[in-house]
Design a protein around this ligand. Structure first.
Ligand SMILES: [Zn+2]
Ligand SMILES: [Zn+2]
Length: 473
C-alpha cells in the first residue's frame, strides 16, 4: 500500500464535496477509487461500510443505490421553533430544540452563523441560564443555552408563543437565516404545517421500518426524510423533534429513533423497582368483543407438526391462555410464560415482536390481566409464546379465525390436535405387548446412543432413578 495515499475518509470527503446532485452508488465508488485507488478485493464494500459509520453523515441514501450529499439535501430546508417564556425573557434563541440533531455539539455551535430576514449577520454570542426542573432523577438545575439576540428580539417585540422560522442557508458553512413569525400569523398556516409535519413523520417512520435493527440514527433518518420530502423549502413545519414527540408510533431517545414500545434499560430498571404496582388500565370491551371466540393454532416453533387448536374468549386473559397452553403441551407448571405479538415492518417481509408481558405460575405478571380482545388481532396474525425462559420453549400461535361461542363449551378449550404418531414401549414389545411409550429415558438414551422409549409402568419398574422426560404427541 502506498504511504502517500490519502485516507478513505478524505477520499469520500473530496468526492462528496465535488458532487452537484445525486449519484448512483456505483458511480460514487468509481469516483472515490479514482481519487484513492485500492487493491482490496471488494472496495465497494469498504466504501459502503465507511459511509455507514461516517459520523459526519456527509452523504445520505435516497434509496439503496442512490447517494446525495447531505449539504445538498439540507440546503434551504425550513422548520419552526416556538419561543418559550424563559427564552423571551433572556432574549435567547435556545440551542435546544433549534439546533438539536443538526449542530448541537459545543465546538460546532461556535461556528454557527445567523442571518436576519434581510440577510444581515446577527450576533452569535452563546449565553446560558439555569432553571429548576423536575426530571426522572428528581428536581435538578438544568442549564439552557442559546444565542443572545437582544436587538432582534426587541425589533420584533418578541412574545412567548411566537415562532422563529429557521432556514438552512448553507449546511457546510452552518449558516441559518431567521425570520420572526407571530403565533397569529403562523396559525393561519395550520393546514400546511399539519401536512408538512405528517409527511416528515411518515418519512422518518419509513426510515425506521426499513432499518435492519429496531432503531435508526436520528441524523440519518431525519436528513434522508428531508431529502425525500416534496417541498421541505415551503412553509416550515415544526422541528423534527416536536414532530416525533407528537407521533405515537415512535420516540427519540436523544440519539436514536425507535418504536414507541421500546423500553430503555432505565425503563426496565424502573419497572423492576415498581414490582407489581402496575397501573390498572381500564380496557373497555364491547359485549361482542368479550364473548367472541379466538381460535388459535398453537404449535412448537421448531416442531410445527406438533400442534393444538385452542379456543379462547375475548374477555379471557393471557393468564388464562398461559394456563391452557401449559395443559395442552404438558409443560411443568412452575415456570414463567411470555407472549409477544408479531408485526410487519412497513411493506417488507421483516417482522418485529412487541412484548405483551409475562405470566407467572400463580397467574400474576404484567401480562396476566390483558384480555385477548385488547391485543387487536386479525385472522392470520401471529403471537409468539415462550414457556420457561431457561429452556426457552418457543411456540407459534396463529389466529385462524374469530367465531361465535358454542353452547355448552367451557372456554378456554382445546378443540383439536395433530394426528399423533405413536411410538411404543420397548420393554413391553419384548414381551409381545404394544403399549404407547409416554416417556423417554434420557440417561439410557445417552448411554445407548438411541431413543429408549417406555410406558409409565416400565419406567417405574426399571428407570426410577434415571433422568427422564415426557413424550408429547
Ligand atoms: Zn412398557
Ligand atoms: Zn433408564
Amino acid at each position: 500500500m502506498d504511504d502517500q495515499q490519502i485516507s478513505w475518509d478524505e477520499a469520500i470527503g473530496q468526492v462528496s464535496e465535488s458532487l452537484e446532485g445525486a449519484v448512483s452508488f456505483e458511480e460514487f465508488c468509481q469516483k472515490v477509487l479514482n481519487v484513492r485507488p485500492s487493491s482490496v478485493k471488494n472496495p465497494k464494500n469498504s466504501i459502503r461500510q465507511r459511509l455507514r459509520y461516517d459520523w459526519r453523515n456527509r452523504l445520505i441514501y435516497l434509496d439503496r443505490n442512490t447517494l446525495l450529499p447531505t449539504r445538498l439535501a439540507m440546503q434551504g430546508v425550513r422548520f419552526a421553533v416556538p419561543l418559550t417564556p424563559q427564552a423571551v425573557k433572556q432574549n435567547l434563541l435556545l440551542i435546544d430544540p433549534a439546533f438539536v440533531g443538526f449542530f448541537d455539539h459545543r465546538t460546532l455551535l461556535k461556528t454557527i452563523k445567523l442571518l436576519d430576514e434581510q440577510g444581515q449577520a446577527l450576533p452569535t454570542v452563546l449565553k446560558s441560564f439555569k432553571e429548576k426542573e423536575t426530571t426522572p432523577f428528581g428536581d435538578m438545575e438544568v442549564e439552557h443555552s442559546g444565542f443572545e439576540l437582544v436587538e432582534w428580539f426587541n425589533s420584533h417585540q418578541a412574545q412567548a408563543g411566537d415562532y422563529v422560522l429557521i432556514t438552512i442557508e448553507d449546511w457546510d458553512q452552518r449558516c441559518f437565516r431567521l425570520e420572526y413569525e407571530s403565533a397569529h400569523v403562523r396559525e393561519q398556516h395550520r393546514a400546511e404545517i399539519t401536512a408538512q409535519n405528517q409527511e416528515l413523520a411518515d418519512l422518518i417512520f419509513e426510515a425506521l421500518e426499513s432499518e435492519r435493527d429496531e432503531g435508526v440514527l436520528a441524523s440519518v433518518a431525519v436528513y434522508s426524510a428531508y431529502a425525500r420530502m416534496q417541498d421541505p423549502r415551503g412553509y416550515p413545519g415544526d422541528h423534527w423533534m416536536q414532530v416525533i414527540e407528537q407521533d405515537s408510533r415512535m420516540l427519540y431517545d436523544g440519539f436514536m429513533i425507535r418504536y414507541s414500545d421500546w423500553r430503555s434499560l432505565f425503563d426496565m430498571f424502573d419497572e423492576a423497582l415498581e414490582e407489581s404496582s402496575t397501573v390498572e388500565e381500564a380496557i373497555a370491551l364491547s359485549p361482542e368483543q368479550a364473548r367472541a371466540v379466538y381460535r388459535f393454532k398453537a404449535a412448537f416453533a421448531f416442531r410445527p407438526g406438533l400442534w393444538r387448536r385452542i379456543e379462547i374468549q375475548g374477555e379471557q386473559t393471557l393468564a388464562d391462555f398461559n394456563s391452557i397452553l401449559v395443559t395442552a403441551f404438558g409443560h411443568d407448571w412452575d415456570h414463567l410464560g411470555g407472549f409477544w405479538k408479531r408485526v410487519q415492518r412497513g411493506k417488507s417481509k421483516r417482522y418485529r415482536y412487541i412484548d405483551l408481558g409475562t405470566v407467572d405460575p400463580f397467574g400474576g405478571g404484567e401480562g396476566a390481566d390483558t384480555p385477548i380482545a385488547s391485543i387487536e388481532l386479525q385472522p392470520g396474525d401471529i403471537l409468539k409464546y415462550v414457556f420457561d425462559f431457561g429452556d426457552w420453549i418457543e411456540h407459534t400461535l396463529t389466529l385462524e379465525e374469530i367465531v361465535e361461542p358454542e353452547e355448552g363449551i367451557e372456554y378456554p378449550h382445546i378443540a383439536a390436535q395433530n394426528e399423533p404418531c405413536y411410538r411404543y414401549c420397548e420393554r413391553c414389545k419384548v414381551e409381545g405387548r404394544k403399549t404407547v411409550a409416554t416417556w423417554i429415558c434420557i440417561d439410557c438414551s445417552d448411554r445407548e446412543q438411541r431413543d429408549v422409549l417406555l410406558c409409565e409402568d416400565c419406567l417405574n419398574e426399571e428407570h426410577e432413578d434415571h433422568y427422564t422426560d415426557k413424550i408429547l404427541y
